[in-house]
Design a protein around this ligand. Structure first.
Ligand SMILES: Nc1ncnc2c1ncn2[C@@H]1O[C@H](COP(=O)(O)OP(=O)(O)O)[C@@H](O)[C@H]1O
Ligand SMILES: [Mg+2]
Length: 494
């Protein structure tokens, strides 16, 4: 914008300067030519008329023998004055007054030979001169030997036409000088305007730059979630300037955004609080239900089989519900950003335990371990990390058919430890894979081995929340025959 403004101003100035110099040059030329025409009128046709006698016999154009060429009357004629005599449209004599023509010498009759010169005119020049109307009006012509001239033609006394001319050379020189001076002055003016304009535009655009700077800083803020401090404001709020209006509108907008973000944060907090409260409230009655079901099942007397079955279902479902509530409470705690334990955790140990548990609960799968020689240590919360391993292995067991090979792998990778669980199962379709880490998102229960029982859609949400809380990240790559979950955790020792 800065460059465009300055370029625009300079272009305008250039146009103006060009117009001014054209106009002044034209005016000056007009004025000078007018004056030349006046001088021409004053000079009259005396010099041209005198050529006749200097040149020789009328009508022949051939100098008479024995008579000097320098016989023309150059008295009071300006140097460069051109004269020609035409008879029947043909030039019979032409001459030009020399630079050192001198009245005193002429008057004394002691005329030097060089007070005027004969001029050889071409046929074209002759035609130009012949075309002049003999009415005394001034015209511009260009003579091949002499250059530009203002000439006027007048009828002579003996039927001839007398042409007198004054050179336009001095006029051209003056105009040229003016144009040169103007070019110099305008060049200096353009350069000065360029420099001063740049400074001025930079100064004027400074408020706009401040607005842009604020906008850039705000756009760099992460507004996606949580409490966001949006304290940036534009300093320019003067409603009388355009930038001030933009600034105050921008500030108002920032205010609205800040309010909306604060509102969102409040709602998030409330929701989280609600989930935590509801979880806590559900824990006790659930424990009571389960306790009573267990108690009733242990009743020594005869219990009808249907009642026993129902009590078994009550006990199992209340146990499942208890697990869901624990998961929800854990997620609520992680959401609230409650600090996790910060211990040295031996991931190798957790992997061995997890694999052993998985082997016991799903003996139909082929379980493999791929661990480095050295124990792999990370910093974090051992119980939560154990849950990550367990959830990933449980999924590999639950959502793949028997006989599937599942590999649990630990790979140190620079500052990261990659914990990978790979299976050779049917894979996760892309549409599900996009959202699989979200809460309560689960695949078609018909495809899973455990059917809907035991499936809540919270397992991977917990995996992600725990890994995020450790400063790591989770990835999923899945195609039929190979599904790989990878959790990247920051290494504990460097
Ligand atoms: N190893 C896997 N192979 C195929 N599908 C999987 C695998 N792991 C997870 N899934 C799919 O992702 C969904 C979400 O998993 P998760 O969050 O653990 O919930 P849940 O296991 O309770 O259904 C599952 O319902 C299942 O459809
Ligand atoms: Mg699961």
């Amino acid at each position: 914008m800065r460059a465009r403004l300055i370029a625009g101003v300079l272009a305008l100035l250039l146009l103006t300067c060009g117009g001014v110099s054209l106009a002044t040059a034209e005016l000056l030329r007009h004025f000078l030519v007018g004056r030349l025409d006046q001088q021409l009128a004053q000079a009259g046709a005396r010099y041209a008329a005198s050529l006749e006698h200097a040149a020789g016999a009328p009508g022949t154009g051939i100098p008479a023998p024995g008579r000097p060429d320098a016989g023309a009357d150059t008295r009071a004629q300006a140097p460069g004055t051109f004269g020609a005599r035409l008879l029947d449209g043909r030039v019979t004599a032409a001459g030009v007054v020399d630079g050192d023509a001198d009245d005193a010498e002429v008057a004394s009759g002691d005329r030097p030979a060089d007070t005027d010169d004969k001029v050889a005119l071409t046929a074209v020049d002759g035609r130009h001169l012949a075309a002049l109307p003999p009415d005394g009006s001034a015209h511009g012509v260009r003579l091949s030997a002499l250059g530009g001239y203002r000439v006027r033609a007048a009828a002579g006394r003996d039927g001839d036409v007398l042409v007198t001319g004054l050179p336009t050379g001095p006029v051209d020189a003056t105009v040229h000088k003016l144009v040169m001076v103007e070019l110099l002055v305008f060049g200096v003016a353009l350069a000065a305007t360029g420099i001063a304009g740049t400074l001025w535009v930079r100064l004027s655009l400074r408020p706009l730059e401040r607005v842009a700077g604020t906008a850039e800083r705000v756009s760099a803020l992460s507004l996606a979630s949580g409490a966001v401090a949006l304290s940036e404001r534009v300093p320019d709020e003067d409603p009388r300037t355009e930038v001030g209006r933009v600034g105050s509108a921008f500030n108002r907008m920032l205010g609205h955004v800040e309010d909306a973000l604060a509102q969102r944060h409040l709602v998030e907090e409330r929701l989280r609080g609600f989930a935590a409260d509801a979880g806590h409230e559900l824990r006790t009655p659930l424990a009571t239900v389960r306790g009573h079901a267990e108690l009733a099942l242990r009743h020594p007397g005869p219990v009808p089989p249907e009642v026993r079955h129902s009590l078994g279902r009550i006990e199992a479902e209340s146990r499942r519900m208890g697990a869901i509530v624990e998961d929800l409470l854990l997620l609520a705690r992680l959401d609230a950003g409650r600090p996790l334990a910060d211990d040295e955790v031996d991931l190798t140990r957790l992997a061995l335990d997890g694999a052993a548990d998985a082997r016991a609960s799903a003996p139909g799968h082929r379980w493999r371990l791929d661990l480095p020689e050295e124990p792999v240590i990370v910093r974090g919360d051992a119980d939560r990390l154990r849950q990550v391993v367990a959830n990933l292995l449980a999924n590999a067991a639950a959502h793949t058919p028997e006989g599937t090979e599942v590999t649990l792998r630990l790979t140190p990778d620079g500052p990261w430890i990659a914990l990978g669980v790979t299976d050779t199962g049917p894979g996760i379709e892309p549409r599900l894979a996009e959202r699989v880490f979200e809460r309560f998102v689960r695949g078609d229960p018909a495809r899973s081995r455990t059917r809907s029982a035991g499936s809540t859609g919270l397992g991977l949400a917990i995996v992600r929340a725990v890994v995020d809380a450790h400063g790591g990240s989770v990835r999923l790559a899945s195609r039929p025959g190979r599904t790989e979950f990878t959790a990247l955790l920051p290494a504990g020792r460097d």
